[in-house]
Design a binder for this molecule. Structure first.
Ligand code: HEC
Length: 383
């Protein structure tokens, strides 16, 4: 073999890029590893083994975003990335801030390490490449769309990777204070409220019929971009969960409710089948309940309604350990009440006054009626 060809293969063997950095691959790897694992570096989120964190931070190990995409990785590190992405077939909907701690050289070491750690087989990244990208790339944080437009996947990866359309579950956020919407809800009269409580319990309260309709916790709150006035053919707010408590109705049985809550209803279903069957009965009172409005107590809604000459208030909060919902009632003037709740497989119901019968009825004595609380908790299996 002529000498020149021989030298050329040696050159190839040690790698073109590492030659440019003037360091051995091992050195680059070691320096990059130390920087990757340093305080405040990538490790904080992507973890030492590059596996990320389930559901919140995608893996760098064998990531198909890294394959053949060194320019893309440089861009992500320099400008950040926010939005729904799919990595190795899994969904993430989060944000990575621009990594501003590192100068060009350090970032080149880190990215070179990432490119070759944990089974990744990409090339070494040079300081110069990072410097040029830092100069050249637009300042805004990338969205998955804008990033992939500029740095597309190869055709092979295209189909199974990239972005995705977020669903309710991807939009779940931790509720820290009550959110109250007046909106059309499935299975309620047109005068319904959708309320989200801390601990992520959500309920529908029907002002048209002065009663709690249902409570759910899985699957997130109603989509808040769905405006109740919208005449887009889908006037009913949608949500993705199955209620764990549901007031007894004839039309809305377990399964059908789940379907109802998930489908795009063309028509709201106003279930008035129980209008004559109010859950609170007081002897001698035949009147229908009449809604008087609500007020906020520490930001929690307290609904007020009358039944004949009686005033009832109902304050709905999450209970202390956020495991379920606490409904606190007051009746004035006091009187004995029969309260009809709906026992379900999915929840347990209890009261701080009086004893719940297995059929869901609760007898409250006059002296307890001025203030009593009912607790509704999802059972473990349905949580
Ligand atoms: C604060 C947490 C955090 C830090 C620090 C961080 N990342 Fe990320 N990274 C994320 C998140 C979250 C995403 C997904 C963003 C999204 O959902 O749109 C991501 C996505 C990525 C991606 C594309 C997806 C994938 O898994 O391949 C790469 C590449 C990446 N990060 C590299 C890095 C590198 C290199 C560093 C260090 C220089 C770093 N990240 C530091 C949180 C972080």
């Amino acid at each position: 073999m002529p000498l020149i060809l021989c030298l050329f293969s040696v050159f190839l063997f040690f790698g073109f890029s590492s030659f440019l950095l003037g360091e051995s691959k091992e050195n680059i790897h070691l320096k990059g590893k130390a920087l990757y694992n340093g305080a405040g570096s990538c490790v904080a989120c992507h973890m030492p083994d590059g596996q990320g964190q389930p559901g919140s931070v995608p893996p760098l190990a064998n990531s198909d975003w890294i394959k053949g995409g060194t320019d893309r990785s440089i861009a992500i590190a320099l400008r950040g990335l926010a939005g729904p992405i799919r990595v190795n077939g899994k969904h993430y909907y989060s944000a990575m801030p621009p990594q501003l701690l590192f100068d060009n050289q350090k970032l080149a070491y880190i990215l070179s390490y990432v490119n070759q750690a944990w089974g990744n087989q990409e090339r070494v990244v040079t300081e110069r490449e990072v410097a040029e990208a830092r100069e050249r790339l637009p300042q805004a944080v990338y969205t998955p769309q804008s990033l992939l437009k500029k740095f597309p996947f190869d055709k092979k990866l295209n189909r199974k990777n990239g972005t995705f359309t977020p669903t309710y579950d991807d939009l779940i956020t931790e509720i820290i204070q009550p959110i109250i919407y007046r909106t059309f809800m499935p299975g309620a009269s047109p005068a319904a409220f959708a309320v989200a409580l801390p601990g992520n319990h959500y309920f529908c309260w029907d002002a048209g019929e002065c009663r709690l309709r249902y409570i759910w916790t899985k699957g997130g709150f109603i989509r808040n971009n769905q405006v109740h006035w919208a005449s887009n053919g889908k006037p009913v707010a949608q949500f993705n969960g199955t209620p764990y408590y549901r007031a007894r109705t004839t039309k809305l049985l377990g399964q059908t409710f789940d379907q109802l809550s998930k489908t795009n209803n063309k028509q709201p279903i106003y279930d008035t089948s129980q209008a004559d069957n109010f859950p609170i009965t007081i002897k001698g009172i035949e009147d229908k309940p009449s809604y008087l409005g609500y007020r906020l107590i520490n930001q929690y809604p307290q609904f007020r309604y009358s039944l004949g000459k009686y005033l009832i208030t109902e304050l709905i909060r999450t209970n202390k350990d956020l495991s379920g919902v606490q409904r606190t009632f007051s009746l004035s003037p006091p009187a004995p009440i029969k309260f009809t709740l709906t026992p379900t497989e999915e929840s347990s119901i209890s009261c701080d006054q009086g004893k719940m019968n297995p059929d869901g009825t609760l007898l409250i004595k006059a002296e307890d009626s001025a203030r009593f609380s009912i607790f509704i908790n999802p059972k473990k299996e349905s949580n």
